[in-house]
Design a binder for this molecule. Structure first.
Ligand code: NAD
Length: 513
């Protein structure tokens, strides 16, 4: 570990062997139960985090509610200034935080740094947005009246995040929610709790330096039981939850029961369509990075390649050859392409998918397997695998969060490829590789891809913060990050002002006294 500077990084981030796990900002609480965080990189225990009790949760909600009263009336551009300072702190701590992300989650150091860069980018975006929380004005049908719409803060935003983007997803939500005047309570994944501690330390310092209420950013820790404290709590008007479709269905039902709002960012089953007009080099890079980057643990990872029969063998050979060059190992070592899966349960899910695809009649073209021996002691390193399959296979319909890529063949025109692409329950990311304008436009048209993200000559994996991010169908329908995604963090109000001495009613209704 020392070789990669992890201990120094933990010190800089204020993360210790044993961390209190509930915070209302500057104030941290202790409890009896702990979560241990083991690194998938080398299997070592990185540290422990105390979980949140019901009593401590109450303190958090009270502190957050109190903070909301003053934060909501602070002018939005001044809130933007706080987010700007937070972004500056992230710039200062980019390397240690990127390292912790890599070591605790298992993604490459480059991707860990990329994740922190995304946090910085969304802070910059939010700073500008803090002067642009625009509403419409409209003409009233009544004389001497003015109508307009404005956006007000919601209150407490509860954030539940997944292990695979242990810091960026929180920042996508908080940076926007804060400039909107909301306060946030975050429950990070129980698989990456130390990333949560590190981020909370960073924002707590900024709030303290600005003498702002600590409850603007709070942290709670634990598994789904701690998450449920928030989802069932009427005092939390918006729950933003990122994770599996299974989790999303439970969260949506619980939040819906109390008529709260939920923003759901759930699983994907992303495909690239490769047409006869595709650029082969771009296709191979896009497909391979999409399938094996972050060891296939991105919500936007490429799971399916839908290839035209006329070029099927050529594409298959090129992708299989590229897999032969992949180096699997410690993600902190920049020579490696593929790091570990998050834990041994994920390894079981991967093995199960490979067994299932064979049982259903698939054909393995790049063998998988779990690696052992020196450098693979954690038991979480697996070989990226490729199988020829059919879209109708049950396992192909399912999101396996691991580097398993399915090759699917299509014949005829682009319509049949789009049908296969859309023929799954999830609707997050999709792509087409083609130099044919007609195919590209059909893919992007009303009758084209049904996903929240549709790319041309780019893979499915990753996204820029400037666009709204999210997906349809079983992906949950939520949108986060850029564009006008901020609106979900605010409540909308229509105002009509009468500056006459008459009281005319709308639609010309007469009511004389
Ligand atoms: P997960 O569903 O197991 O857990 C996600 C979070 O939900 C965790 O914090 C967990 O504690 C919490 N949780 C689980 N059940 C809950 C409940 N009943 N009530 C409240 N909270 C609950 O997901 P994971 O394994 O951490 O992440 C992988 C999944 O996340 C994949 O399906 C992936 O596609 C998805 N994901 C989606 C996006 C997106 O933007 N669409 C981004 C990242 C990850």
């Amino acid at each position: 570990i020392a070789d990669f500077g992890i201990e120094e990084a933990l010190k800089q981030l204020g993360v210790s062997d044993h961390n209190k796990g509930t915070s209302t900002g500057a104030n941290w609480f202790s409890s009896q139960e702990t979560i241990s965080s083991y690194s998938p990189v080398d299997g070592e225990l990185i540290g422990k985090v105390e979980t949140t009790t019901k009593e401590d949760y109450e303190k958090v909600i009270q502190t957050a509610s109190e903070a909301f009263k003053s934060w909501r009336v602070m002018p939005a551009p001044q809130r933007g200034e706080i987010v700007r300072q937070f972004g500056e702190e992230l710039r200062r701590l980019k390397e240690p935080l990127g390292k912790l992300v890599s070591y605790e989650m298992g993604k490459s150091y480059q991707e860990g740094l990329g994740e922190v860069q995304e946090m910085i980018d969304i802070c910059d975006f939010a700073v500008g947005l803090s002067r642009q929380l625009h509403g419409f004005t409209m003409h009233s049908e009544r004389p001497g009246h003015r109508m307009y719409e404005q956006y007000h803060p919601l209150g407490i935003v509860g954030i539940i995040s997944a292990f695979n983007f242990p810091v960026a997803v929180w920042a996508w939500n908080t940076a926007l929610a804060w400039i909107c005047g909301d306060v946030c309570v975050w429950k990070p994944s129980e698989k990456t709790p130390l990333c949560g501690i590190a981020c909370q330390n960073i924002i707590a310092k900024v709030l303290k330096e600005n003498k702002l209420p600590e409850g603007i950013s709070c942290l709670i820790n634990g598994d789904y039981k701690v998450g449920e404290m928030m989802t069932s709590d009427k005092r939390v008007p918006l729950i933003s939850a990122t994770g599996s479709t299974r989790m999303g269905k439970i969260v949506a039902a619980t939040v819906g029961e109390r008529l709260g709002k939920s923003l759901l960012e759930l699983g994907g089953n992303n495909a690239i369509i490769v047409t006869p007009d595709a650029d082969m080099k771009m296709t191979v890079i896009g497909a391979v990075f999409g399938a094996v980057g972050t060891a296939g643990q991105r919500c936007t990872s490429t799971r399916r390649l839908i290839i035209h029969e006329s070029i099927y063998d050529k594409v298959k050979k090129a992708v299989v050859d590229a897999y032969g060059q992949l180096r699997i190992g410690n993600p902190l070592d920049e020579n490696n392409h593929v790091g570990p899966l998050i834990d041994k349960d994920a390894v079981k899910g991967y093995q199960n998918a490979l067994e299932k695809v064979v049982q259903e009649g698939g054909n393995i073209v790049v063998e998988g397997g779990v690696l052992s021996g020196e450098g693979y002691e954690s038991g979480c390193y697996v070989k990226p695998a490729i199988a020829e399959a059919k879209n109708s296979f049950e396992i192909v319909q399912h999101e396996t969060f691991a580097p398993v890529l399915y090759l699917l063949k299509y014949s005829g025109d682009i319509e049949s490829a789009i049908e296969i692409q859309n023929g799954v329950a999830q609707g997050l990311s999709s792509a087409i590789m083609t130099n044919n304008l007609r195919e590209a436009e059909r893919f992007l048209s009303h009758a084209g891809s049904d996903c929240g993200i549709a790319n041309v000559n780019i893979g499915t994996s990753g996204a820029e913060i400037g666009g709204a991010f999210g997906g349809e169908k079983d992906t949950g329908g939520g949108r986060e990050s850029g564009s006008d995604a901020w609106k979900v963090y605010m409540r909308r109000q229509t105002n009509t002002i009468n500056y006459t001495t008459e009281l005319p009613l709308a639609q010309g209704i007469k009511f004389d006294l």
